[in-house]
Write a protein that binds this ligand. Structure first.
Ligand SMILES: Nc1ncnc2c1ncn2[C@@H]1O[C@H](COP(=O)(O)OP(=O)(O)OP(=O)(O)O)[C@@H](O)[C@H]1O
Ligand SMILES: Cc1ncc(C[n+]2csc(CCOP(=O)(O)O)c2C)c(N)n1
Ligand SMILES: [Mg+2]
Ligand SMILES: [Mg+2]
Ligand SMILES: [Mg+2]
Length: 326
């Protein structure tokens, strides 16, 4: 795949530059952002918060846990680090305004890989007017990318996980199962079978604009799907004190898209859809009478009770990703 560790002749290694030298390579690659009042270079950045509140969230990517350098280029990792944070801001119903990115990098990493990472952050942020306004640099034994993102609610109330109510419609925006399928292909050494699914794993596309649209449409609850549809739906059910009923037929097209990869690997496409994480789609509840924004399609219902049911049957409790539980 896209192993982009270039030969040494492609440029210096990180250990051959000073911190200031590395920053001088990265900072010009980063977008300033429309809300930025004081850009990187001081002790902290200053970002406008037009309605006096802001949303803040953080997520980390760890080499060999979230990505492999053999599979992901620096640019891929930068894009994923941005997207997983932008999706968390969107899941509150907010529009992202700025990121800061803290990097742990081994000294034998080519500088060009770090420049790729900065370009990846920029590729996701620039189109949204989001600035990358600071960060931190440290050496260490493996690459770690910790991004913190800020967002603006535009005067609307935040959309929490706890607001779903019996009678609400459940809807999803974005794709389901593609990242897990792409990862399985990479792990099996069969990226050739479906490069588009592999790309969906390496560079997930989150429906960031759909978050504020859902808030404007009156969504009662929302989260982004990072650890698997069932696991994350379970979080919404628990926080809201409701039962979530998913209709598997609503995901038939997502499942069909994975069929060839599943057949090749002897895997079950529906498990990728229900348990796979890292697609960063948005799962939201809408009270009766709300007009669904275009990005969303109905996938189930909110009922009185507890837990998650799929097609009327209770879903297994321990599906999806957990960093510590087996
Ligand atoms: N070390 C921590 N200190 C304080 N709060 C934390 C810490 N780790 C996580 N949290 C909080 O716990 C909640 C759940 O965290 P989590 O990382 O699972 O977020 P998520 O959006 O549900 O999932 P993901 O990280 O998979 O995108 C978030 O509100 C997060 O801010
Ligand atoms: C090399 C490699 N192995 C496994 C995975 C799968 N994976 C890792 S973390 C995670 C959940 C989201 O993480 P978080 O909760 O930290 O946001 C998933 C599905 C991967 N991406 N790369
Ligand atoms: Mg997190
Ligand atoms: Mg999230
Ligand atoms: Mg998680």
């Amino acid at each position: 795949m896209t192993a982009d560790t270039p030969p040494a002749s492609d440029g210096p290694l990180v250990r051959e530059l000073s911190e200031d030298g590395l920053l001088a390579r990265i900072l010009p690659l980063l977008p300033r952002g429309e809300q930025t009042l004081v850009p990187p270079g001081d002790d902290a950045a200053v970002v406008a918060a037009p309605d006096g509140r802001f949303v803040v969230t953080t997520d980390v990517l760890v080499e060999d846990r979230h990505f492999r350098r053999a599979w992901s280029s620096g640019q891929d990792v930068g894009r994923r680090a941005a997207v997983q944070n932008l999706a968390d801001v969107a899941a509150m119903g907010a529009s992202p305004t700025s990121l800061v990115a803290a990097l742990v990098i081994p000294g034998d990493l080519p500088v060009s890989w770090v420049e790729g990472l900065a370009r990846g952050l920029a590729a996701e942020c620039l189109p949204l007017g989001v600035g990358v306004v600071g960060g931190d640099l440290s050496g260490g034994p493996a690459v770690v990318v910790a991004v913190t993102a800020h967002g603006d609610l535009g005067g609307r109330a935040p959309v929490l996980r706890s607001g779903a109510r019996a009678g609400d419609l459940l809807a999803h925006a974005g794709v389901a199962g593609r990242s897990a399928a792409g990862l399985a292909l990479l792990e099996a050494g069969r990226a050739d079978v479906d490069p588009e699914l592999v790309a969906a794993h390496l560079r997930p596309v989150a429906p960031v604009a759909a978050g504020p649209e859902a808030a404007s449409a009156g969504a009662s609850a929302m989260l982004d799907v990072s650890d698997g549809l069932l696991r994350d739906a379970g979080r919404m059910a628990r926080a809201s004190g409701v039962r979530i009923e998913l209709d598997s037929a609503a995901f038939r097209q997502d499942q069909e898209r994975l069929r060839a990869a599943a057949d090749t690997l002897g895997a079950v496409a529906q498990r990728w859809v229900l348990d796979g994480g890292e697609d960063h789609g948005l799962l939201a509840a809408f009270p009766p009478g709300c007009a669904l924004p275009d990005a969303f399609r109905p996938v189930g219902r909110v009922r009185a009770g507890a837990g998650v049911h799929v097609d009327g049957e209770p879903a297994p409790a321990a599906s999806g990703w957990d960093h510590f539980a087996g």
